[in-house]
Design a protein around this ligand. Sequence first.
Ligand SMILES: [Zn+2]
Ligand SMILES: [Zn+2]
Length: 179
Amino acid sequence: MSSILIVAISPIDRSLLDPLVEPLTRAFGPRVEVSRSQTLEGSFAFNVSRNQYGSTPLISALLDRFDDFDGRILGVTSGDLFVPVLTYVFGEAQLDGKVAVVSSHRLNDELYGLGADRKLLHLRLLKESVHELGHTFGLLHCNDYLCVMHSSTGVEEIDMKTERLCPECRGKLVSNTAG
Ligand SMILES: [Zn+2]
Ligand SMILES: [Zn+2]
């Protein structure tokens, strides 16, 4: 299986990145690391009228920047992400591709007037990271509501699913990445 490089996209709370390494290694394989030398400046993708960052241009920029990297790129930002047809997205990925991006913005309970819960924030970000990386490994949305590939439109649905692939998606991942 190819390696995964986690890349910070500003604005970013960098303390969110390192805790992803170990669980993503368990999910996808032996080589997951946080890039220490590279940060993508996200401001070019900022849409002033929406007060959000376009996830698709961020994916394009990471593709350009890591053209010669042989593996998956997971871009992580604390900025709020959107695609034009949706109010917001937790993340976006290239299906069977190289790059995924995720945002912690809407995973933070403080956004909903609740107290800060770092543990919950880390877990939600992990689930969405596994989900988007799963797309890069060719996985589609899953009907099993406990499966991490179940589509989530709100944090309640993220909280309901686990950070793990169901046996069927796990099998697909293994066969998609074999050889
Ligand atoms: Zn998805
Ligand atoms: Zn599944």
